[in-house]
Design a protein around this ligand. Structure first.
Ligand code: ADP
Ligand code: ZN
Length: 223
């Protein structure tokens, strides 16, 4: 079935499964998956000015300044492939970013904000076990059979533990989420854009839950 384009923000604590689910949704809806974390990690790998500035901030689990992030996302949303829609993963993360996004998208506003709900104890376990391909960014878990040989089956790169998935940084990132990002949930709820989806269960189950809420929203949207 062809789905109409969708403009969607995916939110949730670190480790809630945003990246995995956003990748699948982007394919299902034929819109780009725009992950600010992936964009920043690519800049770090390539050693660009942005990457050099962002690396220490990211390793510590702190936030890159709003004006930098707003610039990056504004440029990305301007590209042709973002015409039919997009899935934003990792942005907005502060009230300032949300306000800027509302300005940037004034002509074609967000259709839905999906919050993936997963309890704190579980995300800590998931993040500690997470391994990320150092070349293509695919996410695995330490025990996955697919990476038993230490090689990414998609690209031949090496799955590694991100510096910010080490224990000290995990707790700090979760605090930053509570403090800076969770206030956005109430903001989007008051705009009647928020859909909270249970993030527990298999990847397929969670994917189906998200598609159900997105289809209900976008089908009832005359644009
Ligand atoms: P996670 O949500 O698991 O922490 P991400 O891949 O979304 O991981 O982001 C990794 C890091 O990149 C963040 O900890 C932060 O330093 C930086 N970052 C990503 N998106 C933003 C953003 N919108 N604003 C500020 N910093 C960001
Ligand atoms: Zn890879």
């Amino acid at each position: 079935m062809d789905r109409p384009g969708v403009r969607m923000i995916i939110m949730g604590r670190q480790g809630a499964g945003k990246g995995t689910q956003a990748t699948r949704l982007a394919a299902a809806c034929s819109v780009p998956h725009i992950s600010t974390g992936d964009m920043l990690r690519a800049a770090v790998r390539e050693g660009t000015d942005l990457g050099l500035r962002a690396k220490a901030i990211m390793d510590a689990g702190d936030l890159v300044p709003d004006e930098v992030m707003i610039g990056i996302v504004g440029e990305r949303l301007d590209r042709d492939d973002a015409n039919r829609g997009w899935i934003l993963d990792g942005f907005p993360r502060t009230v300032g970013q949300a306000e800027a996004l509302a300005d940037i998208t004034a002509q074609a506003p967000v259709d839905v904000v999906v919050e993936l709900v997963v309890p704190n104890e579980i995300v800590v376990e998931r993040l500690s076990a997470r391994r990320t391909c150092d070349s293509c960014g695919t996410i695995y878990s330490v025990g996955d059979a697919a990476i038993a040989d230490g090689v990414c089956p998609k690209c031949g790169g090496t799955p590694v533990q991100r510096d910010d998935d080490k224990p000290e940084a995990i707790l700090h990132r979760l605090e930053v989420y509570e403090r800076d990002t969770s206030p956005l949930l109430g903001h989007y709820r008051s705009l009647d854009l928020l859909e909270s989806v249970d993030g527990l269960g298999s990847e397929d189950e969670v994917h189906a839950r998200i598609l159900a809420v997105v289809d209900a929203r976008v089908a009832s949207d005359p644009s």
